[in-house]
Design a protein around this ligand. Structure first.
Ligand SMILES: NC(=O)c1ccc[n+]([C@@H]2O[C@H](COP(=O)([O-])OP(=O)(O)OC[C@H]3O[C@@H](n4cnc5c(N)ncnc54)[C@H](O)[C@@H]3O)[C@@H](O)[C@H]2O)c1
Length: 249
C-alpha cells in the first residue's frame, strides 16, 4: 500500500485519466476527494470505490473559479483533516481549426488548463507548507514538446504554461518539503480524444516507437510514482508518458 494514510484531491476524476488515477490510488490505500464539474460522474465513482478505501467523497468543482476551488480544499480538510496529494488533472481540449478559435475559446482553455492548475495548487499550498509535506502533480501534454495538432494553439500554449507553472511552484515549495512535478501524456484513449483518436490511430501509432497509443493506466502509474514517497527527491520534472512519440528538451 504505497499511499496508506494519505489523502488525495484529484480534479477531473469523473472521466478518463482522472478516473484511472483515482482507481489506482484507491488500490494503494489512499483516501480520496474525487472532484469534477460533472458531479454525477464523481458521485458514481465515489459510491463504487467506497467499500474499498479508508475514505472517499465526491466534490463538485469548477477549477477555473477560485471560490469553488476554495470550497474543494475545505471539503478535503473536513472529510480527512489533511491534504497530502493534489492531482491537477481537469482539462478541456476543444477541437477547431486555427482561425475558428475565438478570444472566448482562448480564455476558456487557459482558464481551465492553466489558471485552474494554479488556483488548485495555490489553495492547497498553505496547508502543505505548514505540514512541510505535499505532492502536487500537474497534467501537461506531449503537445508542449511537439507543438500539438496544427491549429491547437490555446491548448498547446496552456500545456507549455503548465511546465513553467510546475517549475516555479517546485522552486517555491521545495523548501517546505512539497514536491511539484508534471506528467506529459501522449495521445491516450479517453473521452477527451474520442473525437479524433480512433480515426487517426494507425497513422499515430506509426509515430510511436513503443507501437501503441497510451492507456489511462500508463498515466495513473506515473501519477502514483510521483505522488508516492519513492519520489521524495524528485521535483520540477516533466515525466513523459508517451511511448516515445515526443522526446527530450
Ligand atoms: N487523453 C489524452 O490523450 C491526453 C493527452 C495529454 C494530456 N491530457 C490531459 O490529461 C487531463 C485529463 O484528460 P482526459 O483525457 O482524461 O480528459 P476527459 O475529457 O476524459 O476528462 C476530463 C475531466 O475534466 C473535467 N473538467 C473539465 N473542465 C473542468 C473544470 N472547469 N472543473 C472541473 N472539472 C473539469 C471533465 O468534466 C472531465 O471529467 C487533461 O488535463 C488533458 O489535457 C490528456
Amino acid at each position: 500500500m504505497r499511499l496508506k494514510e494519505k489523502a488525495a484531491i484529484i480534479t477531473g476524476a469523473g472521466s478518463g485519466l482522472g478516473e484511472a488515477i483515482a482507481r489506482r490510488f484507491a488500490a494503494e490505500g489512499a483516501s480520496l476527494l474525487v472532484c469534477d464539474r460533472n458531479i454525477q460522474a464523481v458521485e458514481a465513482l465515489s459510491n463504487e470505490l467506497s467499500p474499498y478505501v479508508p475514505g472517499v467523497r465526491a466534490c463538485e468543482v469548477d477549477v477555473s473559479d477560485s471560490a469553488s476551488v476554495q470550497k474543494m480544499t475545505e471539503s478535503c480538510m473536513k472529510a480527512f483533516g489533511r491534504i497530502d496529494i493534489l492531482i491537477n488533472n481537469a482539462g478541456i481540449s476543444p477541437k477547431k481549426e486555427y482561425l475558428e478559435y475565438t478570444e472566448e475559446d482562448w480564455d476558456a482553455v487557459i482558464d481551465v488548463n492553466l489558471k485552474g492548475e494554479y488556483l488548485c495548487a495555490r489553495a492547497v499550498s498553505e496547508h502543505m507548507m505548514e505540514r512541510r509535506y505535499g505532492r502536487i502533480v500537474n497534467l501537461s501534454s506531449s503537445a508542449w514538446r511537439s507543438g500539438g495538432f496544427a491549429g491547437g494553439i490555446p491548448y498547446t500554449s496552456a500545456k507549455a504554461g503548465v511546465i513553467g507553472l510546475t517549475r516555479a511552484l517546485a522552486k517555491t515549495l521545495g523548501p517546505y518539503g512539497v514536491t511539484v512535478n508534471a506528467i506529459a501524456p501522449g495521445p491516450t484513449a479517453t473521452p477527451l480524444t474520442d473525437g479524433w483518436l480512433p480515426a487517426r490511430r494507425d497513422e499515430i501509432v506509426k509515430q510511436i516507437p513503443l507501437g501503441r497509443v497510451g492507456r489511462p493506466l500508463d498515466v495513473a502509474n506515473a501519477a502514483l510514482f510521483l505522488a508516492s514517497d519513492e519520489a521524495e527527491y524528485i521535483t520540477g520534472i516533466c515525466l513523459d508518458v508517451n511511448g516515445g512519440i515526443a522526446m527530450g528538451g
